[in-house]
Design a protein around this ligand. Structure first.
Ligand code: FE
Ligand code: FE
Ligand code: ZN
Length: 276
């Protein structure tokens, strides 16, 4: 089964997201757990969630992905900023139990001059503190483009975080095609090599979700600017090879391309399904 969906706004609730996904023939979705800048989350409405779960089941949704606010920095120099990330992620994981068994993806953070190793240690320490054996959610580290002092631009850095995590069955990776490409992994000309490297460094069993984006910049640009599928340096064919790769089957594939509206995502999903 190929699970294809896109990032949706969660401001109108879970049931609304499911309806939007269904309207564009998506069978997975991603949403921000709260304002992407990190504000207070809306209270969970249990009837809304129940309606969502019904629709998701009836329409054979795959696993869905919640995305933490991208402004969180678990390895900031500033203790207050780290505490804020800790507080938001703890609350998000509690809320995720209303839609159990799904994924919670976050950007590992930026070490802002403290060094990659120091960053890795702070990220792992925070995760070990907030992850609980009874949680049903798997936390995903997103592969980053490696801009500035971002941690997670190299597979080795994600592996170093995972190595330090106590609850190994509750941690995974979300591979963003734009980010890995910008980080220098040539998924256009050497997808097998990149997946082989992922497998030998991290282990493909940790790869749980894909962000499907084209890139406005060439490989190794360390930029992170998403393009519509087919309008960037990755191209439609390379994207289709990722989505239909036998070793990536069943993973939720989430579009985060710059679209003006929902129907833009609908057209991309239709085009990709036809090509697959
Ligand atoms: Fe992201
Ligand atoms: Fe992404
Ligand atoms: Zn990005």
């Amino acid at each position: 089964m190929i699970y294809l969906g896109c990032h949706l706004t969660s401001s109108k609730g879970y049931e609304h997201m499911a309806k939007e996904a269904i309207s564009i023939k998506a069978n997975t979705l991603q949403f921000f757990t709260r304002n992407p800048r990190g504000g207070k989350a809306k209270a969970i409405d249990e009837t809304d969630v129940a309606q969502y779960l019904k629709l998701a089941e009836a329409n054979n949704f795959g696993k869905i992905v919640a995305h933490a606010p991208y402004t969180l920095n678990p390895c900031s120099k500033d203790a207050k900023t780290r505490e804020f990330a800790h507080m938001v992620m703890t609350d998000d994981l509690a809320r995720m139990e209303y839609v159990p068994g799904n994924y919670y993806n976050f950007h590992p953070g930026s070490h802002v001059g403290q060094g990659t190793l120091a960053g890795i240690e702070m990220i792992a320490e925070m995760l070990n503190d907030i992850m609980k054996p009874e949680q049903s959610t798997v936390v995903l580290l997103e592969t980053m483009a490696g801009k500035g002092s971002e941690v997670g631009g190299r597979f080795e850095e994600l592996k170093a975080i995972i190595d330090r995590i106590k609850l190994k069955d509750k941690i995974g990776v979300c591979l963003d095609t734009c980010h890995v490409h910008d980080a220098g992994y040539d998924i256009v000309n050497n997808l097998e090599g990149v997946l082989g490297e992922f497998d030998s460094v991290i282990g493909l069993e940790y790869l749980k979700a894909l962000h499907i984006n084209d890139s406005k910049n060439p490989c190794e640009a360390h930029k992170d600017r998403h393009a519509k599928i087919g309008e960037g340096f990755i191209g439609t064919e390379a994207i289709v090879r990722v989505i239909s790769h036998p070793r990536l089957k069943g993973l939720p594939c989430i579009l985060e391309t710059p679209q003006e509206n929902l129907s833009g995502y609908g057209e991309e999903i239709k085009m990709l399904r036809e090509m697959i």
